[in-house]
Design a protein around this ligand. Sequence first.
Ligand code: PGA
Length: 231
Amino acid sequence: MQKSNVKFIANWKEHKTYNQGVSDFHKILNYCESLNNLDKEVIVCPSYPFLQSFSSELIKSVAVTHLSLGSQDISRFEEGAYTGEVSIKLLNEFVKYAIIGHSERRANFNETDEYVSQKALICFNNQVTPIVCVGEESQVNALASFVGRSFLVAYEPIGAIGTGHPESPERIKDFRRIVSHVLGEEVGFIYGGSTDLSNVNTFLDIPGVSGLLVGGASLKPETFIEMISRI
Ligand code: PGA
């Protein structure tokens, strides 16, 4: 069955110099200008300093119907004396999406389920769609109060991230069932973890998988574009 609105999310993490990022974004933007039906949505999540200039390029381009920006995190506080944080009120001028609860943030920055919930609420209150990363069932259960809200769940098992060993389609199907059970069938479900050119279709063919969160393979725009073109 042909899926509609398949999401390809590029998570650039803490990579790229400014010039590299600008050049790579232009390649993705040019490609998205050539997309003419609405079966694909491309979401680029770069480091914060890129967002303002990418956004002003994007709104001048016809690519805007297929391409959006996302942040890689948001502050769990809306505003105030929180040195180093970036508020949703600044970000929502530029982004449609925000990745929250990525396992790298949970592991390296002590991000808890409570923080992830606070961030999700802030997104809902500020017209940003959260892409909530989860790797375990308990992290899904922690989102139960958001049933009926508009958000995406990205299943990213830790052992699959950046290892070259993606999760098995069987386990992804099982996890989709868990997510549907807790959060409802309607919630968008994305898979991430060692996706690349060789396995795009394997994951997107799984019923209920509506997109991919791509780390390493999104860093080369040519590879990322080729992945998007595969479906
Ligand atoms: P990977 O990263 O594609 O490099 O495994 C995915 C992610 O961390 O979002």
